[in-house]
Write a protein of this length. Sequence first.
Length: 271
Amino acid sequence: MKKTIFITGASSGIGKATAKYFQHRSWNVIATMRSPQTEKDLTKLDNVLVTRLDVQDPGSITAAVKAGIDKFGKIDVLLNNAGYGSYGVLEATPMEKIRRQFDVNVIGLLETTKAVLPHFRANKEGVIINISSMGGKITFPLGTLYHGSKFAVEGLSEALSFEMEAIGVKVKIVEPGAIRTDFAGRSFDFNYDESLAEYQGIVGKLFAAFGPLLERGSEPEVVAEVIYKAATDETDQLRYTAGADAQQIVANRKASDDATFLQGMKTQLGL
C-alpha cells in the first residue's frame, strides 16, 4: 500500500521540491498551499492532491487534513514546511509583523500538528517532520524574529518527541542551510527605518553578506532528499542537517563557546 505525505507550503521551494521527490518515489502526496488555484505543476502529477491550507486559518487546516484522508485513506508523514523569514531592526518592526512571524512559523505548525494527531493516534504510527533551519541552531544579526521562531521549532519538536512515543509517532527536525529558493524574495520580510541611523552600518553589512551566502546555497532537492531519509529511515534520530554549509556551521557552533562563536560571526561580517 502506498504511503502518504502531507506537506504545508508546497507551492514553491523546499515544499514543492519535496512533493515532486516523494511523488517520484511512488508516494501519495497531499500538497497544501494558500493559493492552490495558481498551481500548475503539481496538479498534473498522479497521486497528488493539491488543496488549500493557510496556517493562519484554522478552518483551512481542518479541511485540508480531512480532504487528504478522504482522498488517500491515511496520512503517514506530516511535513510542517510552511514558513518565511522576518529580519530587520526590532525597533523598526511593527507588532503585527512580530506576531505574524510566530503565527506562521510556530503557532501554525502546532495547529497543523494538532489537527493530524488524532489520526496518528488512531493508527498508532506516524512521522512528524518539522522544517527548522541552521538558523534554529545559530543566529545572524537582525534575525531576532526569524531565529526566535526557529529556536522555538527546535525546542517544541524535541519536547514533543517524548509524548509522541506514547502513540507510536516519531518526531524529526530538518535543518537546511542556505537554499536557492525565493527565501530572499516572497519568503523574506525586512523591516528597517532609515531615520534610525545607528543601525545603518549593521544593515548594510548584513545585506552585503546575504547575497553571496544565498548564491552558494544548495538546491531545494538536497533538502527533499534529507526529508525523505528522515521519513523512511525508521530510526529515533531527531535532527538532520541539509546542505554542506549547514553541516559546517552547526558543527562549528557546537564546538565553540558563545563568545568565540559570536566574535567569529562579527569578524566574518565585518562588524
